[in-house]
Ligand binder design. Structure first.
Ligand SMILES: C[S@@+](CC[C@H](N)C(=O)[O-])C[C@H]1O[C@@H](n2cnc3c(N)ncnc32)[C@H](O)[C@@H]1O
Length: 159
């Protein structure tokens, strides 16, 4: 979700021997880049790059096993509704993985404020990650934070 230039899509395609990896982004420029970098996988049908918004995903209910959002949720326009839209397209038992190299923490406040302003990004504490995922209706929420680096990952399940 928010596949940007397509690096994560490429990595997921490399490590998956079957199934299909979709990359979605609302920037047409990023879609072109992601398409280019994944050309080989697009041609053999293992990857599909699509233009779309997290707020209205081009998939039917319950289609996907896993949705990843690397460095992406900060920009979503309606966090809770957008998380619910992702939940809609996950299968029962499907997983959402959010991974970011910045989250709200007093130790990194100065740098993070600068980044957040520059990129118009929302930042949350690990506790707030748990709260917004729970509010959006996810279960088995697990938060992993590497506080010395200010990195965070959240894993949550659709029931
Ligand atoms: C920092 S990049 C993500 C990098 C990428 N996930 C990767 O692994 O290389 C953030 C991306 O989110 C996309 N984005 C922001 N808001 C979005 C939205 N509402 N719907 C879809 N994509 C969005 C931006 O266009 C941008 O390409």
């Amino acid at each position: 979700m928010g596949c940007g230039g397509g690096k994560t899509v490429q990595e997921l395609a490399r490590i998956s021997s079957s199934g299909k990896v979709f990359g979605i982004d609302y920037s047409k420029e990023m879609i072109q880049l992601a398409h280019k970098i994944n050309k080989k996988f697009v041609e053999n049908g293992h990857v599909e790059i699509m233009h779309g918004s997290v707020s209205s995903l081009p998939f039917p209910d319950g289609m996907l096993n896993l949705v990843t959002a690397f460095e992406a949720y900060y920009f979503w326009p309606n966090l809770i509704d957008d998380l619910k839209e992702i939940k809609r397209v996950l299968k029962p038992g499907g997983i959402l993985l959010i991974a970011n190299e910045v989250y709200q923490h007093e130790k990194f406040e100065k740098r993070n404020l600068k980044w957040a302003k520059w990129g118009d990004m929302m930042l949350h504490t690990p506790e707030e990650y748990r709260e917004f995922l729970t509010e959006a209706g996810y279960f088995d929420v697990a938060i992993f934070d590497i506080s010395e680096k200010n990195w965070i990952a959240a894993v949550a399940k659709k029931q």
